[in-house]
Write a protein that binds this ligand. Structure first.
Ligand code: CP
Ligand code: NVA
Length: 301
């Protein structure tokens, strides 16, 4: 594995290896076993969108591995003034050992990998959020011990999270059901990929049907970063797609709830349900740290 651009590029064995290493690194952190797996290495963190979890978990993650992070806001980089990504990639490749980028277009991430000579990690694009879904898979596997055969249900916007959950879930032999309103379906390339999985994948506009017998129910904001102006229209379009007690009654008793955060209580999830599942949701947030440490070690060692 050279880069983490999207889960579509990853093999099942590669995902499993990252999850295994993440479990080990989490165990070691909890037991104060320190190591310097990335001693002297530097990762650049390019942010064209806001972040709490991604920034902090990458910064502390590389520090715990003996390396350092450089926070590179696009406002300060020459990228923000129009320097092409091809040139930025070739320059940064000469200083750094890896780059994490959070941006809008997936093409920008792919271009960095194409023109640069160092590992590129996708820290979220409009298309996908692979680091988050690796942490989600880790959290689910911690609870259930396995991934294969579990039913993962996603309710809400067919956004970057939906795209990565579909691909990650199916690649790990899970059954994936998705409910979105008609005009807010996941990306076409993802739906094409999913169509190869037969009955393991279902797409509907009926949230109750999607949630039936689910082991894990996941949601995300109804208006992602960059969609702020569509907020009013979106709030209407997603009525009926909220995670609440009624919806959870259709899932398996004791089903898990995951949310990548930030959460908008009263919109995609009720405050009550969020608080009842807060331990699972914040474990998921913590696991960003361990999963990304595993990604950095895999790609940058
Ligand atoms: N879930 C997630 O990526 O959070 P941030 O936007 O805070 O990084
Ligand atoms: N879908 C959300 C995820 C935030 C972590 C967004 O892109 O804003």
């Amino acid at each position: 594995m050279k880069h983490l651009l999207k889960l579509l590029d990853c093999k099942q064995e590669e995902i499993t290896a990252i999850l295994d290493l993440a479990d080990q690194l989490k165990y070691e952190r909890k037991h104060n076993i320190t190591h310097r797996l990335l001693e002297g290495k530097s990762i650049g963190l390019i942010f064209q969108k806001s972040s709490t979890r991604t920034r902090v978990s990458f910064e502390t993650g590389i520090f715990q591995l003996g390396g350092q992070a450089l926070f590179l806001s696009s406002r300060d980089l020459q990228i923000g003034r129009g320097e092409p990504v091809q040139d930025t990639a070739r320059v940064l490749s000469r200083y750094l050992d890896g780059i994490m980028i959070r941006t809008y277009e997936q093409k920008e991430v792919e271009d960095l990998a194409r023109y640069g000579r160092i590992p590129i990690i996708n820290g979220l694009t409009d298309f996908c959020h692979p680091c988050q879904v690796l942490a989600d898979l880790m959290t689910i596997r911690e609870k259930y011990g396995v991934l294969n055969g579990l039913k993962l249900c996603y309710i809400g916007d067919g956004n970057n999270m939906a795209n990565s959950l579909i691909v990650g879930g199916l690649k790990m032999d899970m059954n994936v059901s998705v409910a979105t309103p008609e005009g807010y379906r996941p990306d076409k390339t993802v739906l094409n990929f999913a169509s190869e999985y037969g009955e393991a994948f279902t797409l509907t506009d009926d949230p109750m049907k999607a949630a039936e017998n689910a082991d894990i129910v996941v949601t995300d904001t109804w208006a992602s970063m960059g969609q702020e102006e569509e907020k009013t229209v979106r709030m209407k379009a997603f009525q009926g797609y909220q995670l609440n007690d009624k919806l959870m009654a259709a899932a398996k008793p004791g089903a898990m709830v995951q949310h990548c955060l930030p959460a908008y209580r009263g919109q995609e999830i009720t405050d009550k349900l969020f608080e009842e599942h807060a331990d699972e949701i914040f474990e998921e947030a913590e696991n960003r740290l361990h999963a990304q440490k595993a990604v950095m070690v895999t790609l940058m060692k």
